[in-house]
Ligand binder design. Sequence first.
Ligand code: F6P
Length: 328
Amino acid sequence: MVSNIKKIGVFTSGGDSPGMNAAIRSVVRTCAYLKVDCVGIYRGYQGMIEGDFKPMDARSVNNIINKGGTILKSARCKEFRTKEGRKKAYEQLKSEGIDAFVVIGGDGSFTGAMIFNQEFNFPVIGIPGTIDNDIFGTTFTLGFDTALNTIVEAIDKIRDTASSHNRLFFVEVMGRDVGHLALNAGVGAGAEEILIPEENLGRERLLESLKRSKRSGKSSSIVIVAEGDKTGKNIFELKDYVEENFPDYDVRVSVLGHMQRGGAPSCYDRVFASRMGVRAVEALLEGKTNLMVGTIANELILTPIDIAIKGHTKIDKELIRVSDIMTI
Ligand code: F6P
């Protein structure tokens, strides 16, 4: 591969997601394999602005494939949203001799990379790292699979209490404005109802469904609520509403929170991260830029970053139907 790129920076940005370390490892080792220097940039765009860099070789990423979080740390950086901040970052990259970078993050991180590319003609490739699965151009984002497994494990435990005490549990899961985590975890955990922002069917219908399932012989229930769902003002208000209108159940709320982002990545995420890291470095050396690596039908593909950010991911209607059938 003949390329002008001699040194590649890699960093993680925005909310961490399981598998980010495996992606860093892959980028670093692919650089070593292809004899390109690699530099880790700490704390995302903030570290880029401050010149927080560290050269990385193949051995510097030993024993991280199985670790959650990100060894390079992550941050959401306000200064990078300003032209001045981006200029500082550019100067730091140039003085370190970095010719291109791989950003591992979500839509906010990609927006920053795209603007940076346009302003400085700087080669960038994105790896979609977020548990939310809200990026277009890839069936899955890195960390989604692990987060689903974490959520399902947590709900299995909550189910023990729900069924021992004949309780109704509202469980809030992450996902920002989208319901992919909620829908998939809901089907995987056998939830009675799944409330997602993409399908607001109203509180009355929820009540009817809970009453119906009670009549059909269920003594406990789990309702998964995506954090972006608007069926109630919030999950606690929804609980109050159900308690007032359907006193048969003892109702509890469980907000799973940031535990959903932690933990060792699943095998799927480790393999996925390894594949994307290789492709990201290769793409840069092929002269490609402003693209995101993703997977569709298990094939790696490159999508322009602006499309990845702006395109809307669609909720899986077939899965909604499956869930409806399973909750008969
Ligand atoms: O984007 C990942 C995510 O975990 C969302 O699901 C959630 O809304 C948000 O980040 C939480 O962000 P923070 O860690 O800044 O509270």
